[in-house]
Design a protein. Structure first.
Length: 330
């Protein structure tokens, strides 16, 4: 900093103001200091800043998997929101959803000097009483179960499943079959529970759940199981990738969608409108979830207090060409 000050012909205090983005510096002076910084290759020392301010301007993100569409979109929105607020992001993937691996993830983050942590792990284990989240550091949980002691942000899974099921019933289908996500998934459990309660509220039969694992391959296996049944006129897949697998299985035997069977997904992937037929689905606002989680975490950091509670982001139905009234009612 002293070298920059000497090169620019200003005080070290002026260099500090420019480095920290303060506005009480004349524009011409600021430009001269910035030019000197670039010429000398000066970079602010984040560790020194942290010692003065007590903040590292760094957010830790713990995430179970990067293979799911929702997690990738959420991480993208967290990163953008962090950059806009002047924070960097340190990502720590977790190999397995166990207390041991989560503890190790927090230990690694403590070495990175973070101001707060966002957890994007949707498995049920986050709800368990024996899972210890860190003490003395702000935490926000995204896409997980009830944590009354921490702020939680999630898309409204129950609303989305209800909208999907009601859409198919309103088209005239007697009932709706469900290809669910894995049993360990909080999101899958919420969607399956809402699907079931919506059918029961309408006085309809509840078919047995067909279990998948979010992958297209598991959706394909579910489609093979369903495609030879005449009583299957509507299928709600718990995500778009499994819906794609169902479509493939149906197409292989000439089962027409939506003429013979309507299919609806969940997520509204960017590619969903290019499926054949274009997929009716539930839109999730992953960008809003990530931005909201980041905003809540920064508020915790700056206020140095935790405000528990759950913030739910609405979902919406996107109707395309994969759903229609059953042929018998046309």
């Amino acid at each position: 900093m002293a070298e920059v000050a000497a090169h620019a012909g200003v005080s070290t205090q002026t260099v500090s103001r420019v480095s920290n983005g303060l506005t009480n510096v004349e524009p011409a002076t600021r430009d001269r200091v910035l030019a000197s910084m670039q010429h000398l290759g000066y970079r602010p020392n984040r560790a020194a800043r942290a010692l003065r301010s007590g903040q590292y301007r760094n957010i830790g993100v713990i995430m179970f998997t990067l293979s799911s569409f929702g997690n990738v979109r959420t991480l993208e929105s967290i990163s953008i929101a962090a950059a806009q607020a002047g924070y960097s992001v340190t990502l720590i993937p977790v190999e397995e959803p166990t207390q041991e691996h989560v503890t190790k993830a927090f230990a690694r983050l403590s070495e990175q000097s973070v101001d707060g942590v966002i957890i994007v792990i949707e498995a049920h284990f986050v709800n368990e009483a024996d899972v210890e989240l860190p003490v003395g550091i702000p935490v926000v949980v995204i896409d997980s179960g009830e944590r009354p002691d921490y702020p939680v942000v999630d898309n409204d899974q129950a609303q989305g499943a209800r909208l999907a099921t009601e859409h198919l019933l309103e088209l005239g289908h007697e009932t709706v079959w469900h290809v669910a996500g894995p049993e360990s998934s909080y999101s899958a459990a919420r969607r399956a529970s809402s699907w079931r309660s919506t059918l029961e509220a309408a006085g309809r039969d509840v078919p047995p759940v067909i279990r998948g694992d979010w992958t297209t391959a598991s959706g394909y296996r579910a489609g093979i199981e369903l495609r030879d049944r005449d009583d299957v006129t509507a299928v709600f897949a718990a995500n778009d990738q499994m819906a794609l697998g169902v479509l493939r299985a149906f197409h292989e035997v000439g089962r027409r969608v939506p003429d013979d069977t309507s299919v609806i997904g969940f997520d509204d992937m960017a590619e969903s409108d290019s499926f054949w037929p274009p997929l009716t689905t539930i839109h999730q606002q992953f960008d809003v979830v990530g931005q909201t989680g980041m905003r809540m975490l920064i508020a915790e950091i700056e206020a140095e207090t935790i405000t528990p509670g759950t913030f739910t982001v609405p979902t919406s139905l996107v109707v395309r060409e994969s759903t229609a009234p059953p042929l018998a009612t046309r």
